[in-house]
Design a protein around this ligand. Structure first.
Ligand code: NAD
Length: 457
């Protein structure tokens, strides 16, 4: 903490010009790219993430994001405002400055990308960082920070990493009086605590929290695309993603066909060792997480939802060591039931029928969360109309999970506060300072009269 504070208050980084910060971030990108395979393997071993995902998605996406943030580092800190003529002529502008020392806390899922999303925009805008990964999957974060340190490209103290459990290391960072901003990604439950703790010293807070996103299939959806898309939406990384499409709202006219095809396709997914290229769905992050998901499956059964596929642990010696769980789908789910309202964070899909588009929109929005959603339709005008009515930070039309470094990502309602990525995300790491330059030459153009009465000319 002292290193980050000192680097911000006395070091060169906050005053380093954007083009130079951009050059350094691009150079780090080149160094990391050479280590991409090693990082993918580490991410798979640490987070039980299928190697196909880490090699083709997580590491390339994280690196792509880093190069985008490097470009964004060149954004001018100067934002012109209109000249003002009250009370006298003045030149006004905004100068964007770094916020200061940023404490950044991430969860165990998508760990490498998550680390890039936190660290790169903070550095791009001239902040210093104390970063804490999750104890459950810290290895790629440690490797990332180590590689950056070894490059010698950043001034000392600008980027720091601490490990440890949230209740100790995390709380310490959030409560620390020397921290100017907390950027937290994790559960809504812990996000609430972070927000309360940050209130002590009125820290800036951005929160990226849980979700219960809906995939809405309009009656004209291209089912060959939508069935696989919905399964990708929910079973990517075994459902352990905040923006997973865990509710699937299906128009009654196609409901029976969709339910049948979802079940058939799911039964064919290959559950297995994350290090095998053939694996579609790997194990969950921990045994405790599997037990939590199993409790929700039991609740789904008790509440009367119809289990159409999965629901238990896969059988076979190869599954005994890890917390494997079959991808699971419930049909005829009531949107007010527990499995449709609470975040499960595992491979469980709730399929819900609807009769009208208004009903689908109302159900999608009937959730404490508002992170993301998807609409599947051949009619783009109808799909955009639904997208605009969803109270969520992101909506995909005919896709899922696509995160764009130039687009803001974040949640409405209890899915969070603020945005990551895009211009909005970068702005969260700056303080906009208004500078007013008064050009009025005459004393009588000033409004100082209540304090200083003008003297006779
Ligand atoms: P979590 O909330 O348990 O932990 C997240 C991080 O917070 C970890 O590093 C943990 O050590 C730390 N932490 C725990 N208690 C803390 C405290 N009191 N003070 C400060 N830090 C503390 O979440 P998790 O189980 O690691 O991750 C899963 C959750 O993250 C899900 O709810 C998921 O939706 C959410 N998530 C959200 C996004 C998003 O962008 N919105 C992305 C990924 C994951």
């Amino acid at each position: 903490m002292a290193a980050a504070r000192n680097a911000f208050d006395n070091g060169p980084w906050p005053h380093t010009p954007g083009y130079e910060r951009a050059r350094i971030l691009h150079a780090l990108h080149t160094i990391l790219e050479e280590r991409a395979f090693e990082l993918a393997e580490l991410e798979s071993r640490d987070g039980a993430v299928p190697i196909r995902k880490t090699s083709y998605v997580d590491i390339p996406l994280g690196l792509h994001m880093l190069s985008c943030f490097a470009e964004m580092a060149r954004a001018s800190p100067y934002e012109p405002l209109h000249w003002n003529d009250f009370p006298s002529m003045s030149w006004n502008f905004v100068w964007r400055e770094p916020v200061g020392v940023c404490a950044q806390i991430i969860p165990w899922n998508y760990a490498f990308c998550m680390a890039i999303w936190k660290i790169a925009p903070a550095l791009a805008t001239g902040n210093t960082v104390v970063f804490k990964p999750s104890s459950l999957a810290p290895l790629t974060s440690i490797a990332l920070v180590r590689i950056i340190h070894e490059s010698g490209l950043l001034p000392k103290g600008v980027l720091n990493l601490v490990n440890g459990p949230g209740a100790e290391a995390g709380e310490y960072l959030v409560n620390h009086p020397q921290v100017d901003k907390v950027a937290f990604t994790g559960s809504t439950e812990v996000g609430r605590k972070v927000m309360a703790a940050a209130a002590g010293t009125i820290k800036k807070v951005t929160l990226e929290l849980g979700g219960k996103s809906a995939s809405i299939l309009l009656p004209d959806a291209d089912l060959d695309l939508a069935i696989d898309g919905v399964l990708f939406g929910v079973f990517h990384h075994a459902g352990q993603l905040c923006e997973s499409g865990t509710r699937c709202l299906v128009h009654r006219s196609i409901y029976d066909e969709v339910v049948r095809r979802l079940a058939e396709r799911t039964a064919k997914l290959r559950i297995g060792d994350p290090m095998e290229l053939e694996t579609d769905v790997g194990p969950l992050i921990s045994h405790a997480q599997r037990e939590k998901v199993e409790r929700y499956i039991a609740i789904g059964r008790q509440e009367g939802a119809k289990l159409i596929v999965g629901g238990s642990r896969p059988e076979g010696a190869q599954y005994e060591a890890g917390p494997y769980l079959q991808p699971t789908i419930f049909a005829d789910v009531d949107n007010r039931s527990t499995i449709a309202q609470e975040e499960i964070f595992g491979p469980v899909l709730a399929v819900i029928p609807y009769n009208t588009t208004n009903e689908a929109v109302a159900m999608a929005n009937d959730s404490p969360y508002g992170l993301a959603g998807a609409v599947w339709s051949r009619d783009l005008r109808a799909a955009i109309d639904v997208a605009r009515r969803l109270r969520t930070g992101t909506v995909w039309i005919n896709d899922h999970h696509i995160l764009n470094p130039r687009a803001p990502f974040g949640g409405y309602k209890q899915s969070g506060i603020g945005r990551e990525m895009g211009r909005a995300g970068l702005a969260e790491y700056t303080e906009p300072k208004h500078i007013h330059v008064d050009l009025g030459a005459r004393r009588d153009e000033r409004i100082w009269w209540d304090v200083v009465v003008p003297t006779e000319q």
